[in-house]
Design a protein around this ligand. Structure first.
Ligand code: HPA
Ligand code: ZN
Length: 326
């Protein structure tokens, strides 16, 4: 088995997947029809043709439009169940799913509808596919910290259904420090904390995520390579980075997968993982990310094993389950 074949076959954890980013155009149109929602595109092909992104914001505009078809518990269940089936095919045995309550509450969808729909799909994935999973609630960073506090409050009745919080959406201009107080509250509540940083933003945002939000993982973090001190810190602490190579390519963070910094980060001793981010929009689920990255960066079988091990080291699974997975 060569390195690419091993990358496809090896059991792995996915730690950076926005569940709304797994919504395929076919399902978007099926749900639009089911719910009587009008879309700005005439059909699946026209929508897919619009997936030519120039940066993060150009993607987010379409991603939020796509999510507008999600109204009922069943919709959230169907979306997550479709993801879990794709994950199974890629030998994902554990997944930690981001969801964006504010994208839905802004349209009048109750937080409970979102969480119950996702929770029932998680249970089904465990029982029918043997995939363990967890939910991480993300705050939209282009909105205010006050809004984030209200989102947290609305989700607390469902506290047993999510293990942590994250920070996503438009990065530049919305530094982690904007959310220092709400993250402090989340830590007090015993929630795990992660944040997107260093995707389009500078290394300074990664430092803020570490020092002010006290994150346990950084999502993306590819800007680390611009800052030798930060690289040394990440190598020393093994603070994990959930890297998403095809996302970085599609959002023009890198021009060519062969220029992606992942291999340099791995060689520097960082705890890097490979993830799909928004697979319906970026051209591939886990194995497409793994195979293309391994190929483009000419990584070997040892690299593949190291990245798979990192995915479990970086996950929030119990020590018992981690021991089973490693
Ligand atoms: N970055 C920031 N916010 C997001 C992303 C991303 O890659 N995907 C969905 N929300
Ligand atoms: Zn992301």
């Amino acid at each position: 088995m060569n390195a690419v074949e091993l990358a496809r076959a090896i059991p792995k954890a996915e730690l950076h997947i926005h569940i709304e980013g797994s919504l395929e155009p076919e399902l978007i149109f099926a749900l639009a029809q089911r719910n009587g929602v009008q879309l700005a595109y005439p059909g699946v092909e026209a929508l897919r043709a619009a997936y030519a992104f120039t940066d993060l914001q150009s993607f987010l505009d379409i991603y939020y439009a796509g999510a507008s078809v999600l109204l009922t518990e069943q919709d959230f269940h169907d979306m997550a169940w479709a993801y879990f089936q794709r994950a199974k095919a890629d030998n994902v045995i554990h997944a930690e799913l981001f969801f964006d309550p504010q994208t839905h509450t802004a349209r009048g969808v109750d937080t409970g509808v979102v969480i119950r729909g996702l929770a029932s799909a998680r249970e089904r994935a465990q029982s029918e596919l043997g995939i363990s999973s967890a939910l991480i609630l993300c705050f939209l960073r282009h909105l205010s910290e006050e809004d984030a506090f209200a989102t947290l409050e609305a989700a607390l009745p469902y506290r047993e259904h999510f293990i942590g919080v994250g920070l996503d959406s438009s990065e530049v201009g919305h530094p982690p420090e904007k959310f220092a107080r709400v993250f402090a509250r989340c830590r007090e509540l015993g929630l795990h904390v992660v944040a997107h940083a260093g995707e389009e933003g500078p290394p300074e945002y990664m430092w803020q995520a570490i020092d002010l939000l006290k994150v346990q993982r950084i999502d993306h973090g590819v800007a680390a390579l611009q800052d030798p001190l930060l690289m040394a810190e990440l190598a020393h602490t093994r603070l994990p980075l959930t890297v998403c190579p095809l996302s970085n390519l599609k959002l023009c963070v890198v021009d060519d997968l062969r220029d992606h910094p992942l291999k340099k980060m791995l060689d520097a001793g960082l705890c890097v993982t490979i993830n799909s981010d928004d697979p319906a929009y970026f051209g591939g689920y886990m194995n497409e990310n793994w195979a293309q990255t391994v190929q483009a960066l000419q990584m070997d079988r040892d690299d593949v094993v190291a990245i798979a091990r990192n995915s479990f080291e970086a996950s929030f699974i119990s020590d018992q389950r981690r021991a089973e997975c490693l």
